[in-house]
Design a protein around this ligand. Structure first.
Ligand code: HEC
Ligand code: HEC
Ligand code: HEC
Ligand code: HEC
Ligand code: HEC
Ligand code: HEC
Ligand code: HEC
Ligand code: HEC
Length: 475
């Protein structure tokens, strides 16, 4: 009996030790996934970038560690494959005997990823700095017959300075800045144009004559690079891991797609899809190259807008490819023709044929998980919401035109009086929330933050402000 107890005790001890060892090995392999040991980060002997690694393991261990976790090192793609400066790129520096750039543009990825680069270049993401804060610069350059993408034009016209002193709803705070005398005040920096607009839309990277580089650091979606290419692939695949898992997760897009005027992230979070992502997402398969409905329980931003998904759609680096509507402008219209067909900054031509094709692709994603009638039901509802918004917008827009005609508002400064400010909030903030909430299953954004804020608050206050002015004027 005693013997039996003893052997049982030994058995238990062995069992505990074994359990401990298993736990230890699991936690070690977890650790390896997170922290690749420096000595494991090596390239083949023939790879010229081995000497970069020797220094950079000491100098920038964070960069080397993230490089060590990615796919490039596994395929012997070294630092120089991306950093060896191209002839047409003025950002080159002499660095320990190597001619390198610190800002590899999408052109540096082109040789190995031509499809992704071509699709991206043809997307609104790529052109968005020019559609955003650099629009006045772009227009002026074209008017003068100059190439808006060239370094010479940028040095001549100074795109940042033009954005900062522009009086227009494009720079929403410019109206009041003009009223209080700050718009042209040399002591007011307008630094939010670079740190705000530029961080999402992208900056202009300019190599000054003395070699200093302005416009960096930046990873904005439409960064204008010194070699004339557009965008930064790092806006979704942060250097140096270049992870598809990162790009597939909603937080990556939510870095820019949030806030009062384009709350796609908040809408997603309140949708059933986002709710499932929050509750179950940790268990989903984020790295699979053949991504499909068996890998995830609900779609993310990338699933609907960009990823290859089952047999339904191919990957696209043009995020507009599956849309029907343009929901960000004042009046919603079918998707505009893209930069391969028109000068997107100056020409806005709706393309219903391409928009229908976009809708069909989006539907193909939905029907990997839903029935056709479920998906169709959603889009029928969405199109009705868009029609309602458009009707309210036309009413509000006419109201402002009449106010100008009746002398109740002064068009000279277009964004300083209450009627103009409410008019702006209607299309730019609450009206976008209304339409985008309905696009992506966010009921609170459709109703309270959308329709109610548009009609009851912004339109309501606009009407009462104008009525009050009219009454005062009559007295
Ligand atoms: C002799 C050591 C050494 C070697 C070899 C070396 N680097 Fe560096 N590198 C540095 C140091 C030091 C810095 C500055 C780090 C800092 O500012 O904290 C740096 C900075 C950089 C930067 C940023 C430059 C900037 O202006 O922002 C890049 C990009 C870079 N290295 C890439 C490379 C590449 C690619 C190679 C291989 C071709 C390489 N380095 C080889 C030591 C080295
Ligand atoms: C797959 C392409 C690629 C590879 C491989 C690569 N880099 Fe980079 N690296 C980039 C890009 C792109 C940027 C930043 C430009 C941007 O924001 O778009 C960058 C930026 C940097 C910077 C400046 C960024 C900072 O945060 O200071 C350093 C330093 C650097 N790389 C070093 C290295 C070293 C060392 C290696 C090799 C161990 C390496 N890179 C490998 C693409 C690459
Ligand atoms: C010399 C060739 C080469 C260059 C240059 C290069 N890559 Fe890659 N890249 C590869 C290879 C090889 C793979 C792994 C196989 C594959 O997925 O195609 C890869 C994979 C990737 C992946 C997918 C990673 C994954 O988890 O599957 C991304 C994202 C990526 N690269 C982005 C970039 C970006 C952005 C640049 C430019 C800054 C760049 N690459 C430059 C060769 C290159
Ligand atoms: C937090 C990131 C962020 C900041 C800051 C930001 N934007 Fe945007 N902007 C976006 C996103 C995202 C969209 C896309 C909205 C959509 O399509 O739903 C957008 C859309 C736009 C559009 C519409 C483009 C079109 O195709 O019609 C313009 C114009 C614009 N922004 C200008 C600006 C300007 C100018 C600033 C600074 C004064 C600025 N934005 C600041 C993220 C940002
Ligand atoms: C279930 C699929 C789905 C998910 C998930 C999803 N979207 Fe959408 N998104 C749509 C649909 C559908 C539309 C409207 C399509 C149309 O125009 O017909 C849309 C519209 C948009 C628009 C265009 C608005 C405009 O200005 O025209 C943007 C930007 C956008 N989504 C970004 C995002 C971001 C960022 C996320 C994640 C935080 C996301 N989407 C998640 C399906 C989705
Ligand atoms: C707006 C976000 C975004 C930007 C910016 C972006 N990507 Fe991607 N990329 C993605 C997503 C999402 C995926 C995953 C696609 C999938 O799930 O099928 C991806 C996947 C990839 C892959 C792997 C392709 C495959 O089928 O496995 C490569 C290579 C790649 N991107 C290269 C680039 C290059 C080069 C750039 C810059 C020109 C770039 N990406 C910019 C979102 C982005
Ligand atoms: C660095 C900021 C940034 C990131 C990250 C980003 N976007 Fe965008 N996105 C923008 C801006 C700015 C625009 C407005 C483009 C324009 O001028 O119309 C935009 C526009 C869009 C549009 C409308 C495109 C069209 O043709 O109408 C979609 C859809 C979209 N983004 C989806 C995504 C998805 C999905 C992701 C993540 C995989 C993502 N974005 C990541 C900044 C970003
Ligand atoms: C990866 C699978 C997947 C994809 C792709 C997908 N959905 Fe869903 N969706 C779900 C799941 C799971 C639910 C929750 C179903 C339930 O409640 O029974 C859901 C719920 C919904 C709901 C109900 C929302 C609520 O509040 O109950 C709507 C509407 C919807 N999806 C529309 C769409 C549309 C439209 C698309 C394409 C643009 C789409 N879904 C793409 C998985 C998906």
């Amino acid at each position: 009996m005693a013997n039996y107890n003893k052997s049982r005790a030994v058995f238990y001890i062995l069992f505990i030790i074994l359990g401990f060892l298993i736990l230890l090995s699991v936690s070690c392999s977890k650790r390896e996934e997170i922290l690749t040991e420096p000595e494991e980060i090596t390239l083949s002997n023939e790879n010229d970038s081995s000497s970069c690694l020797v220094c950079h393991i000491e100098e920038t261990p964070g960069i080397v560690a993230s490089y060590g976790r990615g796919e490039h090192i596994k395929n012997d793609v070294g630092c120089l494959d991306c950093h060896e400066v191209h002839e047409d790129d003025p950002t080159g520096i002499d660095h320990n005997g190597f001619e390198i750039t610190a800002i590899p543009s999408p052109n540096y990825c082109m040789e190995c990823h031509p499809t992704e680069v071509a699709e991206y270049s043809n997307s609104k993401h790529a052109w968005t700095a020019f559609m955003g804060q650099y629009k006045p610069y772009y227009k002026e350059a074209v008017a003068q017959g100059l190439d808006p993408l060239s370094q010479e034009t940028a040095k001549l016209l100074d795109p940042d300075e033009m954005a900062k002193t522009l009086l227009s709803p494009l720079i929403a705070d410019s109206g009041i800045l003009q009223t209080i005398g700050f718009l042209d005040d040399p002591d007011y920096n307008h630094a939010n144009v670079t740190s705000g607009c530029g961080t999402c839309h992208g900056t202009f990277v300019i190599v000054e004559d003395d070699g200093t580089i302005t416009g960096m650091p930046n990873a904005g979606a439409g960064r204008v690079n010194a070699d004339g290419s557009l965008g930064s692939c790092s806006s979704c695949h942060t250097r140096h891991e270049y992870s598809i898992a990162e790009a597939r997760k909603p937080e990556t897009c939510g870095q820019c797609h949030l806030g009062p005027d384009h709350p796609q992230m908040e809408i997603y979070e309140e949708s059933k899809h986002g709710n499932l992502y929050g509750a179950m997402g940790e268990e989903w398969n984020w790295d699979s190259h053949e991504w499909g409905a068996d890998d995830i329980g609900a779609p993310t931003c990338a699933t609907c807008h960009m990823s290859a998904f089952g047999d339904a759609v191919e990957t696209t680096h043009n995020a507009g490819d599956r849309l029907y509507w343009e929901l960000q402008p004042k009046i919603s219209v079918p998707q505009w023709k893209g930069p391969d067909e028109v000068d997107l900054i100056l020409e806005r031509i709706p393309d219903p044929v391409a928009a229908e094709a976009g809708r069909a692709k989006m539907m193909a994603v939905c029907t990997e998980c839903h029935s056709t009638s479920w998906a169709e039901g959603h889009f029928t509802q969405l199109d009705k919401v868009v029609a309602d918004y458009n009707k309210v917008w036309e009413y509000a827009d006419n109201l402002l035109t009449e106010a100008y005609e009746k002398g109740l508002a002064d068009p000279e400064n277009p964004i300083d009086e209450p009627a103009e400010i409410y008019h702006y909030y209607i299309w730019h903030h609450s009206g976008r929330r209304w339409r985008m909430g309905a696009s992506m299953m966010g009921p609170d954004y459709t109703h309270w933050n959308g329709a109610v804020d548009t009609i009851m608050k912004n339109l309501g206050f606009m009407i009462s402000d104008l009525e009050l002015r009219e009454a005062i004027l009559k007295k």
